[in-house]
Ligand binder design. Structure first.
Ligand code: PHE
Length: 492
């Protein structure tokens, strides 16, 4: 059997007690360096290990209540009334009430009646009662003894008296644990000088060489310890890293963008008409700020104005009057395709393979599959070999690397791609759209100077996380409940 350092200390303390103090209340055990709690826990363990006997003893302690404290301060009501009576010879009940207050007068009258002074015709007459002053002083002394916590058995009679008077006595029940070392314990303490062994190796013990002459305490490898959970990544961060790794391994470069964009880049450069519903206030967060930010590549406004109004060779455009001030509106980007289009404008030499995993904002009501802030896995390939077939292949390969072989690709529509294609997956029997993709229209690529086809995609990260982690509600991903997060054992 092994004892902990604290258990050994308590046991040797108990074993060294003189004969007449063999049985000791737990609260009186004093071991240097141990607090009440440590002692108490060591006692419990020593009992479990059968080295000590613990007897429980119930006891009651008496203290002084509020009313009792008042009596001590201002005098017992009965004594006060009696002295008033001694002074004036007689006193009416209303007078007594006026002097002592309703409650105390009532108490004083009752107590005096018990001592032999009863009111007749609504008043009290003075009477000399033998021993009454001794009674009062015994009562007072009793109350002050209680206040000091000095109650003894000899005061029992007074205790009984005051017990019947409300608010004077407080009873506290206490459970005392009385400890005795048994034979086992005594034997153990005599043979194992645990407290003399080295429990913790310190630099002093090494430097002084003390370790050479002393025994070491055994280290109990089977002792119970609270399991610790180390740090781990948030499930979404883990997934972001995984997605990034997939694209990086395929030779893509990562691009970075910013939350605030001009409509010119977020919408116009992508050939989204100025009256498109997606531009409405109910879909997009616009910035109120009158302070305009300088636009990156401001010449873009003139370029897209021409395309929107007149089109390009072979294409008519939207044939409306383009409003340049709308192009300068600032907004929280609604998609990361804005990253792609600006990146391509800045990198016009094919081939280009680029991606980003970044946050976008939509004025959307939040429900089980919608968030107002979400991440998009964006990407594009700009190359003479880029086509709808390469796009389909890429989408399937990407999802397959994440473990999803069962995705559906269906025709769709975006103002900036033709053809367009959506990625669909089934969650709990319901079909959920994971994102959009397509081949950029010539109205998007040509005016920016791009000579080869561009395939592009924008996929929801949180919806992907939903199926990846088997969630039924997208909002669970942003649940900050640490216990929920701990259930995901994701590698760092
Ligand atoms: N930008 C689209 C969206 O936010 C997705 C998309 C990206 C579609 C690229 C086509 C091409 O849903």
């Amino acid at each position: 059997m092994e004892l902990s350092e604290n258990e050994a200390k308590v046991l040797s303390y108990l074993a060294s007690l003189p004969e007449k103090k063999k049985k000791i209340p737990e609260t009186e055990i004093t071991v240097a360096g141990l607090g009440d709690r440590e002692v108490s826990s060591a006692v419990s363990w020593l009992e479990t290990k059968g080295l000590i006997k613990v007897e429980k003893e119930k006891s009651v302690h008496y203290g002084l209540g509020e009313e009792g404290k008042e009596y001590l301060a201002e005098g017992l009501p009965e004594e006060r009334l009696y002295s008033m009576l001694a002074e004036s010879g007689r006193i009416t009940v209303p007078e007594a009430i006026e002097k002592l207050g309703d409650k105390k007068a009532r108490i004083a009258l009752t107590q005096l009646a018990k001592l032999g002074i009863k009111p007749g015709k609504g008043r009290l007459e003075y009477q000399e009662i033998a021993g009454i002053h001794e009674t009062f002083s015994r009562r007072r002394e009793f109350l002050s003894a209680l206040k000091e916590g000095e109650y003894t058995e000899s005061m029992k009679e007074l205790l009984e008296h005051f017990r019947k008077r409300e608010g004077i006595i407080i009873e506290k029940k206490q459970l005392t644990r009385l400890i005795t070392v048994n034979d086992e314990g005594r034997k153990y303490a005599a043979t194992h000088k645990e407290e003399e062994k080295i429990g913790q190796l310190t630099s002093e013990i090494i430097v002084s060489g003390e370790w050479k002459s002393k025994a070491f305490r055994k280290y109990d490898l089977n002792a119970f310890v609270e399991p610790l959970s180390g740090a781990s990544l948030h499930p979404l961060t883990y997934l972001v890293n995984k997605v990034r790794r997939i694209f990086l391994e395929m030779g893509f470069s990562e691009m970075k963008g910013h939350y605030i964009e001009h409509a010119a880049w977020n919408m116009d450069a992508l050939f989204i008409p100025q009256d498109h519903p997606a531009r409405e206030m109910q879909d997009t967060f616009y910035l109120k700020s009158a302070k305009k930010l300088p636009m990156e590549h401001p010449e873009i406004t003139e370029i897209v104005k021409k395309t929107h109004e007149k089109g390009i060779k072979g294409y008519t455009g939207w044939e409306y009057k383009f409003d340049k001030s709308m192009a300068e509106d600032l907004l929280l980007r609604t998609h990361t395709t804005v990253n792609t289009i600006r990146y391509l404008y800045e990198h016009q030499e094919p081939p280009v393979a680029v991606f980003s995993v970044e946050k976008v904002f939509r004025h959307e009501s939040v429900d089980w599959k919608h968030l107002a802030e979400l991440h998009q896995i964006e990407g594009a390939v700009y190359s003479k070999d880029a086509s709808i077939s390469t796009l389909k292949w890429l989408m399937r390969i990407f999802y397959k690397r994440l473990g999803f072989t069962d995705i559906k690709l269906i025709p769709s529509y975006y103002p900036y791609t033709e053809p367009s294609m959506d990625v669909i997956v089934k969650i709990n029997g319901r079909e959920v759209e994971l994102g959009g993709s397509g081949v950029f229209r010539p109205e998007v690529t040509k005016p920016l100077g791009l000579k080869e086809p561009v395939i592009a995609w924008g996929l929801g990260l949180e919806r992907l996380a939903m199926i990846y982690y088997g969630l039924t509600d997208i909002r669970e991903i942003y649940n900050s409940d640490i216990n929920w997060l701990k259930t995901y054992k994701v590698r760092l």
